[in-house]
Design a protein around this ligand. Structure first.
Ligand code: SF4
Ligand code: SF4
Length: 432
């Protein structure tokens, strides 16, 4: 039977209703020096040095861009170490022992509104670049680069859809800090020249819409509206979000800027506020710990650089034997399974999911077509999979595997429990 899935169970209820707890005082933080986008770095501090919160301690190099590395606590520099990143890769980290004083670097100062109002769009973008802001929804893409387009921008869309199951860190952040989102959006509109701002949220998130509608009353002088979108997966895929929030269809593979749109995750938008108003880089973020194998699922406001091991302890540990759990960083549809909990929280860590290990036996493909019917990118996953088995690069290219957004739906619907999405990733890698 053909099965089309655009609705996936959301499993958010438990964590999203609880107040976020704070975990901003770890004994040590591990600052990522490399990332999946930046393979090299230089350091400007050494072991034994004292550092302040928000101090530049080095620079990452991503080939076509560079970004400063900031300390997220005040304290003393210790050794370099290796930790696991969101992507499952091992990365270089610098350990900093927290002195719990939260002494700010001299650069962290508030800008009066009158100063911000007098700034040019270029000056705002320079702050976004200097504070190393990146896409906090998980992409890690440098935010400032989006402004380097020569295309005129008419709309900024803030993506507050958070469509992955289990995740509610954006939800909690919006409830706790709605003002930061509107202020951040105002700055983003000025920096891009957009005349319209749209906050896209699922219409089923009634409590969030209430919070946003209360806040929007204070911004009547600018063109900001809330777009209430249908609840299906992957509504948060930016092409889907733009289509439903603005009525503009951006073809797959084309840049939204060409169509006058800039899109940002809602947590990124709040970080723009912190950078421009307080000259503060990203030192904290909201993160969800959830899943059926953790004792106390909850949302945590956490210091960037904290250890996931400590967060699991804070959630009363695993319910099952550690050898029988699966740990996923990011959402269950698009996240990455990691081998152990020696993972570090980076700017882009949205969640830590812990599941009981269930043995899944793949069965032969029954050619049911469910994966084709469900694919939001209109691909034919089963045929791509066949081409992968044949090592047929031309076939995979002709089937446009590069347009796969790794949303996970083909694996979710597969009647034979085949890891179809994993095969799509392999095919994309092979095609290059
Ligand atoms: S993972 Fe790729 S191939 Fe599978 S449904 Fe999503 S976009 Fe389509
Ligand atoms: S890969 Fe799975 S979903 Fe796709 S046709 Fe085969 S059995 Fe059906």
């Amino acid at each position: 039977m053909i099965c089309k899935a655009r609705r996936v169970s959301d499993y958010k209820q438990l964590a999203k209703e609880l107040p976020s707890i704070r975990y901003v005082d770890p004994e040590r933080v591990y600052i990522s020096l490399t990332t999946d986008r930046c393979q090299s770095y230089t350091l400007t501090v050494k072991e034994g040095d004292s550092v302040k919160l928000g101090q530049v301690i080095g620079e990452r190099d991503g080939g076509f861009f560079k970004q400063p590395i900031y300390s997220t606590v005040s304290g003393t520099v210790e050794k370099q170490t290796k930790k696991i990143h969101n992507t499952g890769l091992e990365i270089e980290c610098l350990t900093i022992r927290n002195d719990y004083k939260d002494e700010y670097d001299a650069s962290i100062t508030d800008r009066p509104d009158s100063v911000i109002d007098a700034m040019s769009p270029e000056e705002l973008v320079e702050i976004i670049k200097d504070k190393a802001l990146v896409g906090l929804g998980g992409s890690g893409f440098p935010t400032y680069i989006k402004f380097t387009t020569g295309d005129p921008i008419h709309s900024v869309v803030i993506n507050a859809v958070e469509c992955e199951p289990y995740l509610s860190s954006d939800y909690r952040m919006i409830k706790d800090q709605p003002d930061q989102i509107f202020q951040g959006l105002k700055y983003l509109m000025k920096a891009s020249g957009a005349h319209q701002g749209v906050i896209a949220v699922k219409k089923t998130k009634r409590e969030l819409i209430d919070v946003l509608e209360r806040e929007i009353e204070r911004y009547k002088d600018i063109d900001i509206r809330i777009a209430k979108l249908k609840d299906y997966y992957p509504q948060g895929w930016e092409i889907e979000t733009f289509k439903n929030a603005l009525g503009i269809k951006v073809p797959i593979g084309e840049l939204p800027m060409k169509y006058g749109i800039l899109g940002f995750n809602v947590s990124t938008c709040a970080s723009v506020y912190d950078a421009i108003k307080h000259n503060m880089p990203i030192t904290k973020r909201y993160l969800t710990v959830n899943g059926d194998a953790v004792n106390f699922p909850q949302n945590i406001r956490v210091r960037v650089g904290a250890s996931v091991k400590d967060l699991i302890k804070l959630c009363d540990g695993f319910v099952a034997d550690e050898a029988r759990i699966n740990l996923v960083i990011g959402g269950p549809m698009m996240g990455t399974a990691v081998e152990n909990d020696d993972v570090v929280v980076t700017q882009t860590t949205t969640s830590v999911l812990v599941f009981k290990n269930v043995d899944v036996v793949e069965e032969p493909c029954v050619r049911c077509g469910s994966c084709i019917y469900s694919c939001p990118a209109h691909l034919q996953p089963v045929l791509i999979q066949d081409a992968l088995k044949r090592n047929d690069k031309n076939g995979m290219t002709a089937l446009e595997v590069k347009n796969c957004i790794e949303c996970g739906l083909c694996a979710y619907v597969c009647t034979s429990k085949i890891h179809v999405t994993e095969n799509m990733r392999k095919a994309k890698e092979m095609v290059g």
